[in-house]
Design a protein around this ligand. Structure first.
Ligand SMILES: [Zn+2]
Length: 450
């Protein structure tokens, strides 16, 4: 082919413009998603959920207006409506397990613990799933009391409504990996719904990218009077509880105490939030959950899946797990008036952009190995990722830094040497970068070489 300098120049211009448009499109899509999340729609759904009186897991399942049965049927029909608006892009079903009083101390009677699942199948990696969860169930002061009003407007109609809103917005797009929107039950009685779905996932060989569990995403006024509508917490455990004894002892020599899969997911969410929603203040909390308390990401962590809890920064204990009443001038109860819908919208948007960017990204590179002992440079190698990828990026940071500080895109190669970077002084990880510029979660090295 004969190309004059002028022709060559215009060809280069066309190629560059193409890349440019692509890069802008990608980030613009995430901004569009943020803009589409509606506080009004979240408010309507929270009011509807709180209106079922109680959603205690053991409450009425026959009534159409009161109890968890009515609530889950309404959630299912809403997912089905979202699906019919997107050409049946969601597969909606109940996933359920039977519990009896022998299964736990907080089970007053036999019942089905029923989750409502909506799956948006990925076009390229249908068996890879990123999950957003909220809870259907609520509780009164006494967990065993399944008749007293327990509107659970913030705990956890807020997380449930956010999950439904994310489904409404993201179902307008197509993704390479699958997204699951789920309402879990039995949270207050011992995390039974999460356990049921995590086991279901394991049994069906789902490859879970990560679980974004939302539990209380609507309260901005702390019990101490602090009002803050920008901060929120991302809880993540340091390393999976399923790691082997060998992996544990390897860590003494090679590091990784704060680099488990859930922590990488938390860092990913933190980074995307800072990039796309700089007005927010995401707080990385280096623990599984609040001190001595639990949430529905834990059963997934228990089985070795990555999962985090996304939650408001300032809790109001007068509005959690309390019968509605006034005592000594203090109003108790988890009522709709305690929820800030604009804040719930912001945290829903945090979820939505991370679900989208994970579902648009290629899988993480597997079997990342690291070398460079008594050498002036650090070497990394990994298995190639199947798919349409632009290449790989290496991240590194000081051993005391919470977030990745440095990165280098190294192209479509499967090994690379970072010249002059001493292995002892940093922690390293590798991501795959799609042609659409979306990045996978960081893979922390799981082996070494010389
Ligand atoms: Zn609760």
């Amino acid at each position: 082919m004969d190309l004059s300098p002028k022709k060559l120049f215009s060809l280069i211009l066309i190629v560059c413009a193409g890349f440019n448009i692509k890069a802008q499109d990608t980030s613009k899509k995430l901004y569009d998603i943020i803009d589409k999340i509606s506080a009004d729609s979240i408010e309507q759904d929270i009011r509807k959920l709180a209106g079922f009186g109680t959603r205690n897991t053991f409450s009425d399942t026959v009534s159409d207006t009161r109890g968890i049965g009515a609530a889950r049927r309404w959630i299912k029909s809403d997912f089905e409506k979202i699906s019919s608006d997107c050409g049946n892009c969601l597969e909606v079903f109940y996933q359920k397990d039977f519990v009896t009083p022998e299964d736990g101390e907080r089970i007053p009677k036999e019942a089905w613990v029923v989750n409502v699942v909506a799956i948006q199948k990925g076009t390229k990696y249908p068996n890879r799933y990123v999950i957003m969860s909220g809870d259907i169930d609520s509780r009164a002061s006494n967990t065993m009391d399944f008749t007293t009003d327990a509107p659970g407007a913030n705990d956890n109609a807020s997380g449930m409504a956010g999950t439904m809103e994310a489904a409404r917005v993201l179902s307008q797009y197509e993704f390479e990996s699958s997204i699951i929107y789920v309402g879990l039950s039995g949270e207050e009685q011992g995390l039974f719904g999460g356990q049921g779905l995590a086991e279901y996932a394991k049994k069906n060989n789902w490859e879970i990218i990560g679980v974004l569990n939302n539990d209380m995403i609507g309260n901005i006024e702390g019990v101490d009077g602090v009002i803050d509508n920008r901060s929120f917490r991302i809880f993540s455990e340091p390393v999976p509880p399923t790691e082997t004894e060998r992996e544990r002892s390897m860590r003494r020599y090679y590091g990784g105490e704060v680099d488990g899969i859930s922590r990488q997911l938390a860092r990913y969410i933190h980074k995307n939030t800072e990039t796309y929603m700089p007005e927010m203040n995401p707080m990385m909390i280096y623990r599984l959950d609040r001190f001595g308390r639990g949430g529905h990401h834990r059963p997934f962590n228990d089985l070795g899946f990555a999962g985090v809890r996304i939650m408001e920064a300032h809790e109001n204990y007068n509005r959690q797990h309390q019968d509605i009443r006034t005592e000594d001038g203090i109003e108790y109860g988890d009522v709709v008036e305690g929820v800030n819908f604009d804040y719930a919208k912001k945290l829903t948007a945090v979820n939505a952009i991370n679900l989208a960017s994970l579902a648009w990204a290629p899988p993480s590179p597997k079997n990342v190995e690291i070398g460079g002992i008594v050498e002036p440079s650090t070497k990394l190698r990994w298995e190639p990722v199947n798919g349409d990828i632009a290449g790989y990026k290496i991240y590194w940071r000081d051993t005391t830094a919470p977030q990745w500080q440095h990165s280098r895109f190294v192209g479509d190669v499967t090994e690379f040497t970072l010249e002059g970077i001493v292995i002892d002084n940093y922690l390293f990880g590798v991501v795959a970068v799609g042609k659409n510029r979306h990045e996978s979660l960081v893979s922390f090295p799981s082996g070494t070489f010389r």
